[in-house]
Design a protein around this ligand. Structure first.
Ligand SMILES: *Cc1c(COP(=O)(O)O)cnc(C)c1O
Ligand SMILES: [Zn+2]
Length: 402
């Protein structure tokens, strides 16, 4: 039996119960009867790639209810040029920007919206720094559901805003930051106006854990020593860890990676908690960073993320906006991978932790890049020199012969 289970008191809820937190206030997670799950590496072999390839580990069993845009199956790039620059032995980038709406949120939404579909939900909602709204708008459109998204005023990257609007969501700009927008949509959900699809919804994380599954399979079942993840609301790092643990418990893999979370200096409550050895965060007021996708001061999944980091003997570090923007450029110009600023924090974090001696040069490392570079064209253009205006062939020859 699949259940929703409180990570604090252990109370269980059925899958068809609409609860976002336990009555004790704790976060919920989805649990399976893994001991009785009969799977082997052969189980997946002849199936289509993507999130639903791993259906034994997912909570929606009625295939007719599944809303999918063929998410997942993102490339895992070996990055030889960065290996040489950083002096590290084996480095891969798992590029989640290659998902249908350009971020890993699609993995979560295919499961969350499909689950909502089994419950005959008609209206869904979320607060979002941008990508969650873009993704939910797309999946709810396909499912024929109404969609309301609450965005923090003036801080949403242009590409994401365009997506949410164009897929037909009702887009509201909240006068305040992400944390405030989340409070408001939670209230709407508690009053049952919408089904909430932020990552406090544990079904979202079930889709996102397939990042871990795919890494294992793409590396021929040879688990990396470390996975480095940009951290905002802290759902994704928790989800990826859950994925690896479930593959481990069912005997599909025989080791586990160190989960390493990276935040921006201006929005680093998890890093602060980690460095003090704490189990929970203190909210960080007025978060600020160029990496708008992780501009979050009060991450809802903080406890799950900190557990993942401690359990896996991982680490948490923060990086400056300058380090983020440098890493973003390096990844594009040395490996041909264009990601949004938040996504480059994993690369910036890798560089910093190598310099600090926390990460060993012999490790086999996977950095997750969470979203596509075209999501935030303003940030990209700001980081580059302006195109040079030319009138004729002489102008052009003058410039290229310099
Ligand atoms: C949502 C998002 C994050 C943060 O993920 P969390 O699960 O909230 O920690 C990081 N990068 C991008 C591009 C995102 O869209
Ligand atoms: Zn509880």
């Amino acid at each position: 039996m699949i259940k929703q289970k409180c990570i604090e008191c252990g109370k269980e809820y059925n899958v068809d119960e609409i609860v976002y937190n336990c009555e004790c206030g704790g976060l919920l997670e989805i649990v399976y009867d893994l001991e009785n799950l009969e799977v082997s590496r052969e189980t997946f072999k002849n199936r289509e790639f993507g999130v639903w390839r791993y259906k034994e580990f997912l909570p929606v069993k009625d295939e007719n209810k599944i809303i999918s845009l063929k998410e997942g199956n993102t490339p895992l790039y070996r990055c030889k040029n960065l290996e040489e620059i950083f002096g590290v032995k084996e480095l891969y980038v798992k590029h989640e920007g290659a998902n249908p709406t350009g971020s890993f949120k699609d993995r979560g939404m295919t499961v969350g919206v499909s689950l909502a579909n089994t419950l005959n939900i008609k209206s869904v909602g979320c607060a979002s720094t941008g990508n969650t709204s873009a993704s939910l708008a797309a999946y709810s459109a396909k499912a024929g559901m109404n969609c309301i998204v609450l965005l923090p005023e003036g801080k949403v990257a242009l590409g994401k805003l365009a997506q949410a609007m164009f897929y037909g969501a009702k887009v509201l700009e909240v006068m305040g930051n992400f944390d405030y927008a989340l409070e408001m949509v939670r209230e709407l959900a508690n009053k049952k106006y919408v089904y909430l699809l932020n990552s406090v919804n544990p079904f979202r994380l079930e889709g996102q854990k397939t990042i871990g599954f795919e890494i294992a399979e793409q590396l021929n079942w040879d688990v990396p020593d470390r996975v480095i993840v940009p951290v905002g609301n802290a759902g994704n790092i928790s989800a990826i860890w859950k994925g690896f643990k479930e593959f481990y418990k069912t005997g599909l893999i025989d080791s586990l990676p160190k989960m390493t979370g990276i935040q921006a200096e201006g929005a680093n409550p998890i890093v602060r908690a980690f460095k003090k050895g704490k189990e929970d965060i203190e909210p960080y007021p007025n978060p600020e960073t160029v990496a708008t996708a992780i501009r979050i001061g009060n991450p809802v999944n903080a406890k799950k993320a900190l557990r993942a980091i401690y359990e896996s003997k991982g680490y948490a570090e923060d990086v400056s906006d300058e380090e983020i923007l440098n890493a973003q450029k390096l990844l594009a110009r040395k490996e041909g991978i264009f990601v949004e600023p938040a996504s480059a924090s994993s690369i910036a974090g890798l560089k910093k932790l190598l310099e600090e001696g926390i990460i060993d040069k012999d490790e086999k490392i996977v950095c997750i890049t969470t979203g596509h570079g075209l999501k935030d064209p303003d940030a990209a253009i700001r980081a580059c020199e302006k195109p040079i205006k030319v009138k004729n062939i002489d102008d052009i020859l003058k410039i290229i012969s310099n």
